[in-house]
Design a protein around this ligand. Sequence first.
Ligand code: HEC
Ligand code: HEC
Ligand code: HEC
Ligand code: HEC
Length: 272
Amino acid sequence: MRHLTKFALLLALIPAASFAQGIRNTRHDLSNTATGPGPKNTNVNENQICKYCHTPHRAQSTQLVWNHTQTATTTFSWGQDLETPPNNLTATTQGTPLPTTLRLASKRCLGCHDGTVALGDVSNAGGGVAGIIPGLANIPGETNGSGQLSNVAYLVGVGGNMGGNHPVSIPYAGQTYGVASQALADNAIGNYYQVTNAGCVSTSGYCTTAPTNTETDGTRINLVPYTPGSTTQFGVECVTCHEPHNKYGPNPYFTRVNVNAASGLCRSCHNK
Ligand code: HEC
Ligand code: HEC
Ligand code: HEC
Ligand code: HEC
């Protein structure tokens, strides 16, 4: 996810995590009794897992019954190229525009991961009351006094700067989020597996046609519709590569296809 020059450093900093399948005791399990790495709630009365993200009532929206407050950042940029002098990047190398606003699917993740919102900041903190779930502030090396994520190894898009990250909120090759990018996307399709929804087991029902084998698996790729239920416009968001409940454990980093298996995740879209 990060700038290439930081990649080796990060690999050195983050111990190889290996979990069984499922969210329990992963870094996304913030409950009091959770074991394993990452911040855990210090308050013995706060022993839920799901409520940092979902709640059955008084959610932000019925869509995913989403509980957590999304990122406070509204404008995003993609850093600069490596020319001298450097230019601000506004498109991918193939010309697909890089968005200055992100889709909700990715803004949900950044709500915790860009450090603008407390990990416990939700519309239903308990008893139907909005607020910040207590017990997650000032965890050494993990959170600040406001309960926001401060562990730099897990921060993404701080200050709206998405520079150095794989593009998100972009259409998948051959798709379009607007007439302007259609031709470019069509031209690029030869380098990508084509999209299918027949027999696809991903959350969205849209997959690439990368073969299912020990390395690539197009059925696990989760292309996200531009609008819920849309069957014509879909693209790449954080949940395209990641499955936040560790459904595909023991893949590292909640990845849908094991990136350590000869870059199988990447080759599930890019036909290289
Ligand atoms: C409620 C807050 C919250 C939300 C929302 C959230 N995360 Fe996380 N995530 C965390 C925390 C906390 C960690 C662990 C950070 C640490 O160890 O310091 C983490 C860790 C991770 C990791 C590292 C896993 C590992 O084992 O190394 C990935 C990948 C990740 N999150 C992806 C996502 C994606 C993708 C989304 C959106 C679908 C998302 N997160 C949404 C709080 C959140
Ligand atoms: C860190 C945030 C986070 C936590 C914690 C979390 N979820 Fe989710 N959940 C998500 C996101 C993001 C999606 C959308 C995933 C996608 O679009 O691929 C989702 C989707 C879902 C869905 C619908 C789609 C699917 O994948 O089945 C269900 C059901 C669900 N979650 C249940 C749960 C339950 C139950 C828990 C607690 C055991 C839980 N989640 C904990 C973030 C979270
Ligand atoms: C969900 C499918 C998908 C997955 C998985 C995926 N990519 Fe991409 N990738 C894309 C799309 C779509 C683009 C944008 C293409 C365009 O410019 O229109 C892209 C762009 C790129 C680019 C070109 C960026 C630029 O500005 O020129 C590179 C390099 C790249 N991806 C590498 C990777 C690597 C490495 C991985 C694995 C860690 C990966 N991709 C995983 C879909 C994917
Ligand atoms: C094209 C696939 C892809 C997309 C899209 C993607 N990630 Fe990742 N992410 C990965 C891979 C692969 C890793 C593990 C490799 C690494 O960076 O060390 C990773 C690692 C991470 C980590 C662990 C720490 C780190 O920075 O390496 C976090 C946190 C994370 N991603 C969050 C996100 C969030 C939030 C988004 C959306 C803004 C996102 N990812 C979008 C593929 C992706």
